[in-house]
Design a protein around this ligand. Structure first.
Ligand SMILES: Cc1cc2nc3c(=O)[nH]c(=O)nc-3n(C[C@H](O)[C@H](O)[C@H](O)COP(=O)(O)OP(=O)(O)OC[C@H]3O[C@@H](n4cnc5c(N)ncnc54)[C@H](O)[C@@H]3O)c2cc1C
Length: 440
């Protein structure tokens, strides 16, 4: 396996202090086995695909290098919300046409509904809360744009309320340096680990075979399919799904080399805040929120009173770089929520999100490879979209026309980034520009 970041990023260390539980009690692949569909990667994408395939009676085995939900799926911020591409709507409309851009928006709405349905159908207790989410303007001119944004959302069937600056305190949404808000009435917060574990159990109950501690080290072509090599044994499969997202290897399959840009994201969670502490800051709402910066912060008060705060991660994946980002995230947290400066941080962790060159996700067949599909690149917004992409790719693998929207936005194969193995430098170079834009 050849990967883009330092080994630290792929070790247990960045998630050791994660707030979400990880169920480890899954068997590893032991010996040689055979299945119809092999899935590499046990996050939301792979687990949702396995669940939807197994439900339809397809034999499916998930090979996960660690445990289901070990990757971004078990260490995210828990925002089940719109998103999945980084390309803005106007760019998508230019590239794919207005209708396809609108279909992409419809897919995002359906993705949130899918997660809600999965939680209900499989009785997954994921501690949900929040009626939609709030965007907080970090500049007055951003607030000025919220009226048009609300109209755009309303035209597409999503309720949206503009919250003037003086309404924020009344709504229990008081943060420093904010100039108004936009309440987007779709989406909810959840416990990401509970959702990942529930999805894994649901897939197993439907008949999927889920194997942990089974890193795929090679994919060998074989007559009529593929042979996947793991330390404990091999798996022969007629069809293959690559669902490794930010934890992908450059050579699994070779086509993927240079086509993803994994970036770190970091999260802290406080101890439970008392009612008096919440009142002192003026943040009492259970609405999940993020600010309008390019280098954004995302945060939510959870049902048990703990406060989660996340932002982009560092340029390097080493203990020293993590220590630097730990200082930075505390400073940003204290700047936005001064009443909570110094409050005990009970958990902190980081993980890898994944960008594509076209700034859109890709769900489709792997070019130049028979009977292999791929679903990834949700640009840090995959709770809903990875779940949806898993369901979508399950239909494609079964050779069925998807019943859900499959916009061309999701069909453009991943392009190759410039700079090859050095492409992380693109992010390093872009960050000061984004930082400057946030301040102008
Ligand atoms: C800190 C952080 C905060 C985030 N916050 C949010 C949020 O609030 N809302 C939101 O929508 N999205 C959020 N995201 C993004 C979201 O978590 C991801 O988009 C989503 O979980 C991707 O799911 P996935 O299944 O595609 O990938 P992952 O969950 O990353 O799973 C990939 C899996 O593949 C496995 N794997 C890799 N290589 C191999 C191999 N060779 N063999 C076997 N297994 C392998 C890995 O071990 C891993 O478990 C966040 C991400 C991070 C890191």
């Amino acid at each position: 396996m050849t990967r883009l970041w330092e080994p630290h990023a792929y070790s247990d260390a960045p998630r050791a202090d994660c707030a979400w539980a990880l169920e480890q009690d899954w068997p590893a692949l032991d010996g040689d086995a055979e299945t119809d569909v092999a899935v590499i990667g046990g996050g939301y994408t792979g687990l949702s695909a396995a669940l939807h395939l197994a439900k339809e009676g397809t034999a499916v085995t998930v090979l996960e290098a660690n445990a289901p939900g070990w990757g971004a799926s078990g260490r995210n911020g828990g925002f089940c919300c719109l998103g999945g591409a980084k390309a803005p709507d106007a760019m998508l409309a230019r590239r794919f046409g207005r209708d396809e851009a609108d279909l992409w928006f419809e897919a995002q709405k359906r993705a949130i509904a899918l997660v809600a349905d999965l939680l209900t159908e499989h009785r997954i207790e994921a501690h949900t809360h929040s009626d939609g989410e709030v965007v907080l303007a970090h500049r007055p001119r951003v607030y000025q744009s919220f009226g048009a944004e609300a109209a755009w959302l309303e035209a597409r069937g999503v309720g949206a309320d503009v919250l003037p600056p003086d309404a924020l305190a009344e709504r229990g949404l008081a943060a420093q340096g904010i100039h108004g808000g936009l309440h987007v009435k779709i989406g909810f917060g959840l416990d990401p680990g509970a959702y990942a574990a529930g999805l894994a159990r649901a897939a197993r109950a439907a008949g999927a075979d889920i194997r942990a501690r089974s890193p795929v080290t090679a994919i060998r072509p074989e007559k009529g399919g593929h042979r996947l090599v793991t330390p404990g044994g091999t798996l022969r499969a007629r069809r293959l799904l690559i669902a490794t997202n930010g934890y992908s290897s450059e050579d699994l399959p070779p086509w993927l080399a240079g086509r993803t840009l994994p970036l770190q994201s970091s999260v802290i969670v406080t101890r439970p805040l008392s009612a008096a502490e919440r009142a002192a800051q003026g943040w009492t709402s259970d609405l999940m929120a993020y600010d309008s910066r390019e280098l954004l912060h995302y945060f939510r008060l959870m049902p048990d009173g703990r406060f989660l705060f996340g932002m982009r991660g560092g340029y390097r994946a080493t203990p020293a770089a993590e220590a630097r980002i730990a200082r930075k995230i505390r400073a940003d947290f204290a700047a936005m929520f001064p009443a909570w400066e110094g409050v005990e941080i009970a958990h902190e962790w980081s993980g890898l999100v994944n960008l594509s060159r076209g700034l859109t996700p890709f769900v489709g067949p792997v070019p130049r490879m028979d009977n292999a599909w791929i679903a990834m690149a949700y640009h840090g917004n995959g709770v809903a979209m990875a779940s949806y992409s898993g369901a979508l790719v399950a239909s494609l693998i079964r050779g069925q026309a998807p019943t859900q929207p499959y916009p061309s936005v999701m069909q453009a194969p991943l392009g190759r980034f410039p700079l090859g193995r050095r492409r992380r430098a693109l992010f390093t170079a872009a960050t000061p520009l984004l930082w400057l834009r946030d301040r102008l």
